[in-house]
Design a protein. Structure first.
Length: 231
């Protein structure tokens, strides 16, 4: 599955780069668009854009000038084309690795939480999901609340290692919640899944909590993957 996704992303990014070359929108001496614009265009995180630019700079294909921006040093030929697309293929592989990790770990955390959760934690989680829904309806980014919700599930297990682990891995986990992968469909599906998780936790149903979390992560991965290839 990862190979197919990487191939799909590679072709998608390659086509977009090719379009820029063909139309003459990018050539030697040109300044690259800001990180945010590139992140929006390719539907990846700004950290991914920075890594891509760093890789191109190491190959002397672009130059980052402090306080000014990044400029193309070479003609937009096959070398820069290949370098750019290979970086994004690597980034997509990393994103798939993160989701694979989440799929192994988080369903079991949810199952343990269902057996140990207390009413106070449930109440806190209900507030988080309701606030998440409000932010979504107001067109705001709810990803921070998404992180808090999953952290509360880890805390509910009663095992201090799980929340510590998720906190320690926070930077990595945030890559799968990048604002540029947060399509309206993903936000809506995540909130719906969180309500289902709350229901499973309230029933203290470990098997159901495991099943809902597994489906939730697979669903999020699918939507995020399509977000990075839709154009």
């Amino acid at each position: 599955m990862i190979d197919n996704m990487s191939d799909s992303v590679h072709k998608s990014v390659a086509k977009q780069i090719a379009d820029l070359i063909e139309t003459g929108n990018l050539k030697k001496g040109d300044k690259l668009p800001p990180e945010r614009s590139l992140a929006e265009k390719f539907k990846v995180s700004r950290s991914s854009i920075r890594e891509a630019i760093k890789s191109l700079a190491q190959k002397n294909l672009v130059e980052s000038r402090r306080g000014d921006g990044t400029y193309i040093l070479a003609e937009m030929d096959a070398d820069i084309f290949e370098a750019f697309t290979s970086v994004f293929t690597d980034q997509r592989k990393r994103l798939n690795d993160i989701f694979q990790f989440r799929l192994v770990v988080e369903p079991e955390i949810a199952a343990l939480a269902a057996m140990a959760i207390d009413d106070q934690t449930l109440d806190r989680m209900k507030v988080i999901v309701c606030n998440q829904q409000i932010k979504y309806r107001n067109g705001e980014d709810p990803s921070e609340l998404d992180t808090k919700f999953h952290l509360e599930i880890a805390k509910a297990t009663g095992n201090a290692i799980f929340p510590e682990m998720l906190t320690a891995l926070g930077k990595i986990m945030r890559e799968s919640r990048s604002e540029f992968l947060q399509t309206p469909a993903r936000k809506k599906q995540s909130i719906a899944a969180h309500f289902k998780l709350l229901e499973a936790l309230e029933k203290r149903d470990a098997a159901l909590a495991r099943q809902v979390m597994k489906h939730h992560i697979k669903e999020v991965e699918s939507v995020a993957t399509h977000a990075s290839t839709d154009k």
